[in-house]
Design a protein around this ligand. Structure first.
Ligand code: SF4
Length: 235
């Protein structure tokens, strides 16, 4: 008689067991949106800028850097470089030195110079206002493009930064870790008119309460709608 082989029981992986029900997720958004809006009436981009070019440069500089640091650097930077042409004409080493404290300064300097060159040559010295065109600029991915479109041109976009990704997963709005896939998931369940504000609200909530390491579920105003409440280790 053949020996019975033991079937090894595998633990259900929390990552795999989550399947997002879009109708339920959309309903959850309808519940949490007004609460977050009331909690963070000041929710908006923290980067300081006065025109689309400054916003584009600030957003490129903000990669792996805090908005506070970027604002400190750009305060003087934008007095020195006032146009795309200023950036193009500047010596790359000088740009690197000027933006050094934001980190990854070699890549950022190269991207800023490249983006400004392209803006002058291909876009008549104006920061383009479409996703397709913005994505042709060096150093510009969908996140940066959505920041610029939303905040400089009033065109709705979902900004998938680290907070938006983490909170969307904890709140059961998407199971994706990939920023672009998650952006498209959210676009299906968040009303378009609220795309930018919803991103800003999640960013504020992520900075203040739902932090990466120790989310403060005890003081969270949306606890009762959150599948990850009090069990953040699983998420
Ligand atoms: S209940 Fe906890 S995990 Fe859920 S959103 Fe609030 S702080 Fe984050």
């Amino acid at each position: 008689m053949p020996k019975k082989t033991a079937v090894k029981k595998t633990k259900t992986c929390p990552e795999r067991s989550r399947r997002v029900n879009k109708a339920k997720a959309a309903k959850r958004i309808r519940k949490i949106f007004p609460i977050l809006t009331k909690t963070y009436p000041e929710a908006k981009i923290a980067l300081k800028f006065v025109n689309p070019l400054e916003l584009l440069i600030s957003t490129i500089l903000s990669a792996q850097c805090t908005d506070v640091r970027v604002n400190m650097v750009t305060k003087n930077l934008f007095k020195k470089y006032t146009s795309a042409e200023d950036w193009v004409k500047a010596d790359i080493k000088q740009i690197e030195s000027d933006i050094k404290s934001t980190g990854f300064y070699h890549n950022k300097a190269t991207n800023i110079k490249g983006a400004c060159t392209k803006i002058i040559v291909h876009f008549d010295d104006k920061v383009p206002d479409t996703m397709q065109e913005l994505l042709t600029l060096p150093g510009v991915g969908r996140k940066t493009a959505n920041v610029v479109l939303g905040n400089a041109f009033g065109i709705q976009g979902i900004v998938c930064d680290t907070h938006v990704i983490r909170l969307s997963r904890r709140l059961g709005l998407s199971e994706n870790k990939d920023a672009v896939k998650l952006e498209f998931d959210l676009a299906e369940i968040v009303p378009k008119k609220n795309w930018l504000l919803f991103s800003d609200l999640l960013i504020f909530h992520g900075r203040n309460i739902c932090k990466a390491r120790k989310p403060d579920c005890g003081n969270c105003p949306i606890t009762k709608f959150c599948p990850a409440a009090n069990k953040p280790a699983l998420w």
